[in-house]
Design a protein around this ligand. Structure first.
Ligand code: SF4
Length: 316
């Protein structure tokens, strides 16, 4: 195995981490601050589907402070103060996270995004959305903002298997995602893909094919987490009926390390773990913090003597 990692990889992590990328790009520490701008989701309100994805309970991936009833500016102030104290961050990217953050008129989107960018310490925005909720006007707006500010468009795919997408009531197909990526690319903003590993009926080998798919797309970063069931979701009921058997921690770490070895070093890694508040986390209950999961995966790469991309054809 080659022992000269790509220069974009963090020398200790063996991964092209998003944090390192931001520091390289801007020259200082940048933190993402989550906000809830009061959007809903077309897969919940009936326009694409009802009930939402079987694992979706937005409480599980939204910090308590980010409630839509709290004005955007107040959420930003609280989030930035937290990151200033905890991490010493100087500048911030406002992350429109909850539900579908392009699901509204372009006037509404422009107002929200520009309000976030009005703060002098905000250098950009990150916008999470579904691939089937992306109008040409929204893409033009993001491209316009990207002329002067950092912009990242975060597109949920979750699985590249249409059978799984259908089974989890995702309400879109792989083709929808591919079309969205193609429409968004070349507009001078970053594109991030969201993936989940551990769906019922999915093998490790199935999931690893996703690395090749990602390698062939014009995406810049990735977020990955384990499928986990939280209270108030169909997936939690499936777990109780024995229809969802969560991955073991060892299975997850092994497959994520395999996945990273197959992923080109140019793609930055934003996330490798999903956590939910203890009181609503049903399964799996690994009891790890985010940094502990990073450490476990990095330890596995180190044990193997491997690194992100080392199994790409260009490095063999
Ligand atoms: S697309 Fe996102 S917000 Fe909408 S139901 Fe699925 S997970 Fe929930």
């Amino acid at each position: 195995m080659p022992n000269t990692p790509d220069e974009r990889l963090h020398p200790q992590l063996h991964i092209n981490s998003y944090g390192t990328y931001l520091r390289r790009r801007f020259g200082f520490r940048v933190s993402k601050v989550n906000v809830d701008a009061g959007f809903t989701c077309p897969n919940r309100d009936g326009s694409k589907g009802t009930g939402g994805c079987i694992y979706c309970n937005n409480v599980s991936f939204s910090p308590k402070e980010t409630q839509a009833v709290v004005p955007l500016e107040e959420q930003m102030t609280a989030g930035m103060a937290y990151h200033r104290v905890r991490l010493g961050s100087e500048k911030f990217i406002i992350y429109f996270q909850k539900y579908t953050n392009t699901y509204g008129s372009v006037e509404l989107l422009a107002d929200l995004y520009r309000r976030a960018l009005d703060h002098p310490d905000v250098i950009g925005i990150s916008v999470g959305t579904r691939p089937d909720s992306l109008s040409d006007e929204a893409l033009d707006l993001l491209a316009d903002i990207a002329r002067t500010k950092y912009v990242c468009l975060e597109l949920g795919l979750q699985s590249m298997d249409d059978v799984i997408l259908n089974r989890i009531n995702r309400g879109h197909t792989l083709e929808d995602f591919m079309l969205a990526v193609n429409r968004a690319s070349g507009r001078n903003f970053d594109i991030c893909a969201h993936l989940i590993y551990g769906f019922p009926g999915e093998s490790s080998a199935d999931f690893l094919k996703t690395a090749d798919l990602m390698a062939g797309l014009p995406i810049d970063s990735l977020k990955l987490h384990q499928l986990h069931a939280v209270e108030g979701t169909e997936l939690a009921e499936m777990y109780r009926r024995g229809e969802f058997v969560p991955l073991t921690l060892e299975q997850y770490i092994t497959t994520v390390a395999d996945f990273l070895e197959l992923l080109p070093p140019r793609i930055t890694i934003q996330r490798l773990y999903g956590s939910a508040p203890l009181e609503i986390c049903v399964a799996p209950q690994w009891g790890l913090k985010n940094n502990q999961m990073w450490y476990a995966i990095v330890t596995e790469l180190t044990r193997r003597g491997s690194w992100q991309g080392c199994r790409r054809p260009e490095f063999r």
